[in-house]
Design a protein around this ligand. Sequence first.
Ligand code: B1M
Length: 211
Amino acid sequence: MSILIEISENLQKGKAKIVKELVQKALDEGVAPEAILNEGLLDGMNIIGEKFKTNEVYVPEVLVAARAMNMGTQILKPHLVAAGVQATGKVCIGTVQGDLHDIGKNLVKMMMEGKGLEVVDLGTDVSPDTFVQTAIDQNCQIICCSALLTTTMGVMEEVVKKATEAGIRDKVKIMIGGAPVNEAYREKIGADAYTPDAASAADAAVAFCKA
Ligand code: B1M
């Protein structure tokens, strides 16, 4: 079996230590860092993402796969930088002000990183000003807002308003998600995309960055 398939399969099983060792072995054998990333780590994460979308795997499997992905990318990162592999885009993400739920937000972040996006993680309880100022300061193409409470989802509308006031609305896309949010709400507040799960959020973000 090719070492890249081994990396992908072990990542899907969440075998973080083995993934780390295999990535190092592949580098030692002279496999290109881009191939390790695309055909090993990202291949495994994409398969997990698709299975998550169709309920073939659940949150725990995604979390252990993501941990394995992180272990692999830790080893790979310096080599990718040296090889000049560019991130496909930059986003900032956070759970909105007043809301401390971060499991879904972290999954979205991991899926986006798995797709090669650079993600600025603002954590939880993030104010509209922080989302907008970060997008300006760090040149993010997308602001990603997560909310789990009906009492906090309104903050997303504030983010859209603040982005408009700051004059960045034509440059920065705003994506929203979380259990109480839906497409009708996205339309109401004028955000650019609502996605129901982490894998489709990552797909939508990549599509925005490529456009
Ligand atoms: Co809270 N909580 N909680 N909670 N909690 C809910 C959300 C609740 C539905 C439980 C219930 O009553 N049935 C309810 C909200 C009711 C409502 O508003 N309608 C609730 C409540 C009321 C509260 C407190 C107010 C309870 C209290 O103190 N009285 C309190 C609020 C604290 C605060 O935030 N200020 C509270 C606290 C907590 C804990 C701290 C104990 C803990 C959070 C731990 C943590 O996140 N680190 C917690 C938890 C775990 C939950 C439940 C059980 C699970 C949430 C979760 O992580 N789901 C939840 C009940 C439930 O959902 N069954 C509940 C798994 C996660 C992977 O799903 O986050 O939806 P989710 O993310 C999905 C998608 O939504 C999407 O992708 C993810 C993966 O596919 N997605 C995006 C998420 N963000 C996205 C962004 C995108 C795109 C997609 O684009 C940018």
